[in-house]
Design a protein. Sequence first.
Length: 312
Amino acid sequence: MTTIDLFNDVPAFVAVVEAGSFADAARRLHLSRSAVGKAVARLEERLNVRLFQRTTRSKSLTDDGQIFYEHCQHAIAALQSGKARLETGRKTVSGRLRVTMPVLFGRMWVAPILMGLAAANPELSLELDFRDHVVDLIDAGMDLAIRNGPVGVVTGLQTQRIALSRYVVCASPAYVERHGVPVTPDDLARHEAIVYSRDGHLHIWQFLRADGTPMELVPPARLGLNDLGAMLNAALAGQGVAWLPEWLVAEALERNELVNLMPGLASRLEEIHLIWPESPHLPTRTRVAIDLVAQSIAAARWSIASTAQARL
């Protein structure tokens, strides 16, 4: 006899005790009286005890039956408690949330959102992973990833594009005072540029002409750096013109520490995605984090949800 075999007939036994008769138990369970009687008989056989004392006029629990019924009540209470605990867990933001994100974007925009979520939910703990290379979420045991740029084809993962960020040509007011403002992309050839450079390769600046066709250029590079934060610092220090994502320079532009030199120029748009492991039962903490990050980033002053421009 297996535990499952035993459990299969327990509901009939409990129903008979609580309903007071085999007939009422059968109606409660939507079974025939015969099916209920057979279930109780099988249970008695498997337990090797008599559960009910039967006469032509009455039915009552035996001592063994009373003991077994009390244990059944404890088991049912434990199951109900477990069900309630799971339902509560689905409504409560709790447990450990592991999130991976790009270093600079994560530090500036994502971490503060998740810190606020943790502050509002004391039962939630965070493990934030800051790195710029792509992480295998499954192998790394991550619940969620934020990625800048296209994500390509993914297997076993869910993706959601939450925002687009423009690239802007910018420089400090001091630089503009010394060198003037470029009016067209061709004018950039007469300026000193701060460019992204890695392994000897320069990041090409990408724009759209008035007719919608793409245009690429690399201004004369005075500084080649492989870190966006360092490029921002160089631009703030007046060392040249930089082409940077608006999410990075939005605060400096608002404080007039940088000037958007060509605000009417259509430029590259950077996609920002959320990625998480595919699952039919997503933990509440992950679902809440996805919704909160998506809503917060979409509402950021630099964020655009869609574009009428061609993406480059």
